[in-house]
Design a binder for this molecule. Structure first.
Ligand SMILES: Cc1cc2nc3c(=O)[nH]c(=O)nc-3n(C[C@H](O)[C@H](O)[C@H](O)COP(=O)(O)OP(=O)(O)OC[C@H]3O[C@@H](n4cnc5c(N)ncnc54)[C@H](O)[C@@H]3O)c2cc1C
Length: 363
């Protein structure tokens, strides 16, 4: 069994940034990720990211992953890719499974940066082959170069639904329509405008009722919904598609945090159950930290900043607080604050302030 100062689970932007910050400050770090390639969600993002220059705006997500990985490989951190964390024993030991063997990793501090899982949607025949999550479609197209189908119905008009629709078109796949249950488009209008210019109808106040087909998707029935999001009778119509792509939100992947026994709270603005945490990304158990989408669904920029805060704070806990660690923590916290005060940060800001209110309540 190996022992490290800080074990980090998840090699997306949050975990990579945490590992870089902690390793730079002199802590003995091991980063574990279940994929062979580091970067988490970033490896399938072929588009240029929005945000600020300081957080790689204008750079493709996959290139941001490569930059962070290169930075980490220049530091004395151990990288265990292709390895899943499958359990936690006694609060201080992780069980790891790679293709070859099971091992254990003991830690003084743990940073959970496991990201999020895609939400499913309840409708008739939603288990037919040809119904995918948007993340799976991106992985097929952008990582493996495989087309998921020829004509797609996209469900959900948040940024993920809009961006993946555009990427489908770039891959030579037709997008029949984007349906959105709410009366307005959820994502940035710059992404919606690109689709509109290409003639893709974005149907707000619409949902998918049923997938058609016996062995695989051969079509979809869509309909209008009222204010209560219930289908309006007489509004159903058929679309000829062979793929239905669901982009209907993400839920923090917090199983490992539940297992630690730290305090969990439900905050809808953060995407569901999250571990309660303070501004240092520390949970109710002082040696357990979290960062990125597992702490509330946001973006790569905030994931990187939260990772830096968690990494620097955990490093300070094991090797002692010093001005360098204090600088990383304060600087990243200030940037997080500024992003959440920005035009698109209000939901996360509201969720994080609800967490702060929970601190006053008994566990
Ligand atoms: C289509 C799309 C477009 C986006 N566009 C932008 C954008 O333009 N700008 C922006 O800032 N953000 C964007 N994002 C959001 C951004 O990609 C995510 O917010 C960010 O990747 C979250 O980082 P993370 O490190 O928390 O999680 P992730 O990137 O999800 O990484 C988590 C990692 O942990 C691994 N893992 C999970 N559980 C375990 C386990 N038990 N053992 C080992 N490994 C584990 C996962 O496999 C994964 O590799 C976009 C997302 C999508 C889907």
């Amino acid at each position: 069994m190996k022992t490290v100062d800080i074990a980090i689970v998840g090699g997306g932007p949050a975990g990579l940034s945490a590992a870089i910050a902690a390793s730079r400050l002199g802590a003995k770090v091991a980063l574990v990720d279940d994929n062979d390639r580091l970067g988490g969600q970033l490896v399938k993002q072929t588009h240029k990211f929005f945000g600020s220059k300081a957080h790689y705006c204008g750079t493709r997500g996959m290139d941001i992953a490569a930059i962070l990985e290169q930075e980490l490989r220049g530091l004395p951190a151990e990288i265990l890719s292709g390895t899943s964390v499958v359990g936690l024993y006694g609060g201080r030991v992780l069980a790891l499974a790679s293709r070859e063997r099971f091992t254990r990793l003991a830690f003084k501090c743990l940073i959970v940066a496991t990201g999020a899982a895609e939400n499913n949607l309840l409708f008739e025949n939603n288990d037919l082959p040809g119904v995918y999550g948007a993340g799976a479609v991106q992985t097929l197209m952008n990582v493996y170069g495989v087309k998921p189908g020829t004509r797609v119905l996209m469900v959900g008009s948040g940024n993920i639904g809009l961006i993946v629709s555009y990427q489908l078109i770039q891959a030579g796949i037709e997008v029949a329509a984007v349906v959105e249950a709410l009366p307005r488009i959820g994502g940035y209008h710059v992404h919606a405008a690109k689709l509109a210019r290409l003639g893709v109808p974005i149907l707000t106040s619409h949902t998918v009722l049923r997938a058609l087909g016996k062995e695989e998707v051969e079509g979809a029935v869509i309909c209008r919904v009222g204010r209560n999001l219930k289908p309006l009778s007489g509004s159903a119509r058929r679309l000829k598609v062979d793929t239905i792509c669901l982009a209907v939100g993400l839920t923090p992947l917090s199983e490992l945090l539940w297992q630690t026994g730290c305090r969990m709270v439900y905050v809808s603005e953060l995407g569901g159950h999250v571990a309660w945490h303070n501004e240092n990304m520390q949970t109710s158990l002082c040696n357990i930290y979290l960062a990125g989408d597992v702490s509330g669904i946001e973006e790569a920029s905030t994931a990187m900043l939260e990772g830096r805060v968690a990494g620097a704070h955990a490093a300070a806990q094991v090797i002692g607080l010093n001005p360098e660690a204090e600088g990383v923590i304060a600087g990243s916290q200030a940037e997080l604050c500024a992003i959440r005060k920005g035009p698109f940060g209000d939901k996360a800001a509201c969720g994080k302030s609800r967490l702060a209110e929970c601190a006053a309540l008994p566990a």
